[in-house]
Design a protein around this ligand. Structure first.
Ligand SMILES: [Zn+2]
Ligand SMILES: [Zn+2]
Length: 263
């Protein structure tokens, strides 16, 4: 499996991905809003885009489908529950479905609601596991829930699915918000040394060559994966005095998401 990350350089700060089979040159394009960039990148590599995958139904992920399909003849796959809202979907996906790219790539579909209720993440297994997580998990952050989602449900996705993946899993999110999210972590948890060390590295980084984290690393710097941290809870209780000293993780997650909306 070869992964090419494409920085869209737009206001949404999208990352697109090409996931290619090194043997056949077939490639899958993930959320290719800036579809020309994806097409150019594939051409430069000698790849052929045969499939388009939308992690969810928001237009900043689906808006390039039609043009890229016209240019390449690629088929479109998306969560079955989002297909009617996206339109032009050839394959509706559900939990456990497998997407094959060429001969050598297999990606498992995870059903990961919360940002929207019809969101998939793609998981590549193997020696270098990788997660293409759309707007569910960001570097040092979590997707918002105010455009058709639910923070309660996103919590379940984080705890029951994402946090259980191998620590070495590479994290490939749908947007670049790293420095801002890290600042949010440090505002919650000023004593977080891993976040302190990383902030200067990602502040002002060129997103085109920006840092790729692992899930293990996210667990040290991503507040939404640090729900049991005494510092996180103590700082949160200053903003939400009604929270108990031993707030349960779900409440912590939901309050963090609420706070991040206005932060
Ligand atoms: Zn979205
Ligand atoms: Zn998005």
């Amino acid at each position: 499996m070869i992964v090419e990350r494409i920085w869209a350089a737009n206001d949404y700060r999208n990352y697109h991905y090409l996931i290619a089979c090194g043997e056949t040159g077939e490639a899958l394009a993930v959320d290719p809003l800036e579809w020309r960039l994806c097409l150019d990148a594939a051409k430069a590599r000698g790849w052929r885009i045969t499939q388009i995958l939308n992690t969810h139904e928001h237009l900043d992920h689906t808006g390039g489908n039609e043009a890229l399909r016209k240019a390449t003849g690629a088929t479109v796959a998306a969560h079955a529950g989002a297909a009617s809202r996206i339109g032009g979907v050839d394959r509706g996906l559900g939990k456990g479905d497998v997407i094959k790219v060429g001969r050598s790539v297999e990606l498992e579909c995870l059903d990961t609601p919360g940002h929207t209720m019809a969101h998939v993440c793609l998981l590549a297994h193997g020696a270098a596991p990788a997660l293409f997580c759309g707007d569910t998990l960001f570097n040092a952050g979590a997707g918002n829930c105010h455009n058709g989602g639910s923070a309660d449900v996103l919590y379940e996705t984080f705890v029951n699915q994402l946090a259980r993946l191998p620590e070495a899993t590479l994290v490939y999110p749908g947007h670049e918000y790293f420095a801002r999210n890290l600042a949010f972590t440090l505002d919650r948890e000023p004593d977080n040394q891993a976040a302190q060390a990383l902030l200067p590295q990602v502040t002002g980084q060129d997103p085109a060559s920006g840092r790729v984290t692992t899930l293990g690393e996210e667990k040290t710097i991503n507040t939404f994966l640090r729900l049991g941290s005494a510092s996180v809870i103590a700082a949160l209780r200053q903003r939400f005095p009604e929270l108990p000293e031993r707030a349960d993780p779900k409440t912590v997650f939901v309050k963090l998401r609420e706070l991040r909306n206005q932060w």
